[in-house]
Design a protein. Structure first.
Length: 251
């Protein structure tokens, strides 16, 4: 009995265990998107870093000369009108409504976390508002002070930390895409689970070092130095471990 020829005579079934083309494409796309997002964050970083430097260099308005009054650290009294807690998607936000006793109407500021000031505030309390460039960055009650979510320099830290983490993870995805492509080319099917686990742990560790450095210091050069040194150390140890796994397989 004659058998009908296959409609795709040149198509060969993929060997079991061989990295799929979809996996290579997925890793490439994810890595490219993450690296692009990191590039966007780094492009927005100079302005945030400049603002953070200006804030750290600002002097109290009582010590500033007239030309720099707009960039000095201002302090003025206010009265607590109300406090409020908001919840959205497991995120808790703490708000304080203040009356500056000026012609402007009462205004709200979002406090950072449940600090010592927000927890003790009640309507009618007198507080001191700390502002810079018309941005309220802290509220002080007596000897206690708590920052707001709009504290200058905080956005720079967040962008730097997230950008470094995205860059590291994105680079690992792109490197993994190249590794999968080479394994497809040589039709290698043995991919020990230990290798994947080691790379994942190394990625998390390198990202953690970079993020910790970004949060711990405001010096960009020090953050980059610590991040680069951490990545170099982690990936050197990873390469040695993977080489040891390869030797065990060959033995």
């Amino acid at each position: 009995m004659n058998q009908s020829p296959s409609p795709h005579p040149h198509q060969h079934p993929q060997s079991p265990g061989l990295p799929s083309l979809k996996g290579v494409i997925f890793a490439s796309v994810v890595g490219s998107v993450l690296v692009l997002a990191a590039a966007v964050l780094f492009a927005l970083l100079p302005g945030a870093l400049s603002e953070a430097r200006d804030f750290r260099a600002a002097r109290p308005c009582s010590e500033a000369s007239a030309p720099e009054k707009g960039d000095c650290l201002a302090e003025w009294p206010a009265t607590v009108v109300s406090t409020e807690t908001g919840r959205s998607n497991k995120t808790v936000t703490n708000w304080v409504t203040l009356d500056g006793e000026a012609e402007e109407p009462p205004f709200r500021v979002r406090m950072r976390g449940r600090g010592p000031v927000w927890e003790k505030l009640t309507p009618g309390d007198r507080v001191t508002v700390l502002s810079w460039r018309d941005v309220v960055w802290a509220v002080q009650a007596g000897e206690l002070r708590q920052d707001t979510i709009d504290e200058p320099g905080r956005h720079a830290t967040v962008r730097l930390a997230v950008g470094l983490a995205l860059l590291i993870v994105g680079t690992v995805f792109l490197r993994g895409a190249g590794w999968l492509h080479r394994r497809r080319a040589i039709r290698a099917t043995d991919t020990p689970t230990a290798q994947v686990v080691v790379v994942m742990v190394a990625t998390l560790l390198a990202s953690g070092i970079a993020v910790t450095a970004a949060v711990a210091t405001d010096a960009l050069w020090l953050v980059l130095l610590v991040g680069a040194a951490g990545c170099a150390t982690v990936w050197t140890a990873t390469a040695l471990l993977l080489r040891g796994f390869a030797r065990r397989q060959e033995a």
